[in-house]
Design a protein around this ligand. Structure first.
Ligand code: SF4
Ligand code: SF4
Length: 453
């Protein structure tokens, strides 16, 4: 679809978008947009921070583009002062880069910072990486990329990849690339922890940008990485900054189980249990889930939580309050989310939000499997990649349903274990989790979510 300009500056507004793309809205998954919102106080980026030695002044709120398909969202955010866009060759199999490319003619290239990422494989050559980078350039409709990151680095060995660094050197010499970077959300299976990967990457000297997991629940590890980045003047960007959703759990009626419960019963039977044993197991697990969720109720009541946005907003403010974190990459799936995200620019936590996060850590911390953690890994005889699978469930909750399900299905394709192994296991991993996460229940829930939905 050709994108129109509605005023002399080429700005796009919600109203313009409705005019331009009414037909698209009818079939799209984005939420309907209220025209009344046009009359609200204008929402703008209020703060920028220099991304370390890149020297670029980035908006404190950046756009995480994993599920992006619509160029108008990019233009809308840009018009509000957002200038940092984080994408990857794999996001939507190139659709995310193409969406940014659609918006590119409407933005001042020098005023934005675009990062993309390449997944590194064992047999990648310098030439193969350059060819893939060239495809990203084509989709992004630009002559150069501000930073090329290694996607989801899982080990210290990977950040030293010679084909990657040789490709970066060549692309920089040709003016097609400005900086190298690395993104890490922890190991897969038995890789290195995020802190080790990123601190070594900082010491390596060839990376100017890092994208890391940082939240009020992943504080210590993140702060050690930020200290290393500060020492070497490296630009820092945060991802996965808020815990997942606060969920309710349906009751269990063996005569009338939900689809997920039915699936779980058949998983148990697949491990040799008879009907009675499988039903008893599922009943116990649902009760376990409900007990965990019971902790949620008083918390929700105490803080008058009406929507999950309240926890989400406080979590983002917590991250951006640390001036060593230069920008926060937030997934923005529609115009409302762009507005809500940009409204957090320059904003500090209220005292009530400080208590909310503190209480969440104490009372509900055990409901959340930390990103980038791998402490329970060695205890699983089936080598189930616990935090990786929990990360996929996070993607699902964040609106990347297809991505999450594809990634989960890919575990089996690569002969890696998925959560089905948990059905017949007595969960020694739970004894190893310092946060008291109910690993087995969580993983079985995720298995249902990512294979049935
Ligand atoms: S279950 Fe606990 S130990 Fe295992 S990855 Fe999650 S937070 Fe870490
Ligand atoms: S419940 Fe068992 S199979 Fe599942 S992750 Fe824990 S140890 Fe592994």
């Amino acid at each position: 679809m050709k994108e129109n300009r509605k005023d002399g500056r080429g700005r796009v507004s919600r109203r313009d978008f409705l005019g331009i793309s009414g037909a698209l809205i009818a079939g799209a998954s984005i939420a309907p947009i209220s025209l009344a919102a046009e009359t609200k106080k204008e929402i703008k980026i209020k703060q920028t921070r220099v991304l370390g030695r890149t020297g670029f002044a980035a908006s404190d709120i950046g756009m995480g583009c994993a599920s992006l398909t619509e160029g108008n969202l990019v233009r809308y955010a840009y018009d509000k002062g957002l200038n940092y866009f984080d994408t990857a060759e794999t996001y939507g199999r190139g659709a995310s880069e193409s969406a940014i490319g659609k918006a590119m003619p409407y933005m001042d290239r020098k005023k934005i910072f675009v990062t993309t990422k390449l997944d590194l494989k064992m047999d990648d050559t310098e030439q193969a990486l350059i060819e893939r980078f060239q495809k990203s350039l084509g989709r992004l409709k630009t002559d150069y990329i501000d930073a090329l990151l290694i996607a989801g680095a899982t080990s210290v060995t990977q950040v030293k990849s010679e084909p990657f660094h040789a490709a970066v050197k060549k692309l920089k010499a040709e003016g097609r690339l400005k900086h190298a970077g690395v993104a890490c959300h922890g190991p897969r299976g038995m890789g290195d922890p995020m802190e080790k990967v990123l601190v070594r990457a900082a010491e390596d000297g060839r990376f100017d940008i890092m994208l890391l997991v940082y939240s009020f629940l992943n504080q210590k590890e993140g702060e050690n990485i930020l200290a290393a980045c500060k020492r070497y003047n490296i630009g820092t960007t945060a991802m996965k900054v808020a815990p997942g959703k606060l969920k309710d759990v349906p009751d269990f009626n063996p005569e009338n189980p939900t689809a997920e419960q039915e699936e779980r019963i058949s998983m148990m039977k697949g491990f040799g249990m008879d009907d009675e044993a499988a039903i008893a197991q599922v009943k116990a697990m649902v009760e376990g889930d409900k007990a965990a969720r019971e902790q949620t109720k008083p918390f929700v009541e105490k803080y008058g939580l009406k929507t999950e946005d309240q926890l989400w907003e406080a979590s983002i403010k917590w991250v951006r309050q640390n001036s060593d974190m230069h920008t926060v990459c937030i997934t923005m799936t529609d115009f409302d989310k762009v507005d809500k995200s940009i409204a957090l620019s320059g904003e500090s936590l209220t005292s009530e939000q400080v208590s909310l996060l503190k209480d969440y850590s104490i009372k509900l911390g055990s409901t959340y499997c930390r990103h980038a953690c791998n402490e329970c890994a060695g205890s699983c005889k089936y080598a189930v990649p616990v935090s990786t699978i929990m990360r996929y469930s996070y993607y699902y909750e964040q609106g990347y349903q297809r991505l999450a399900m594809e990634k989960y299905a890919a575990l089996k394709t690569r002969n890696e274990s998925n959560a089905i192994s948990c059905a017949g296991c007595d969960a020694p991993c739970e004894g190893k989790c310092p946060h008291g996460v109910m690993v087995r229940n969580n993983l079985l829930n995720v298995h249902s979510m990512l294979t049935l939905a």
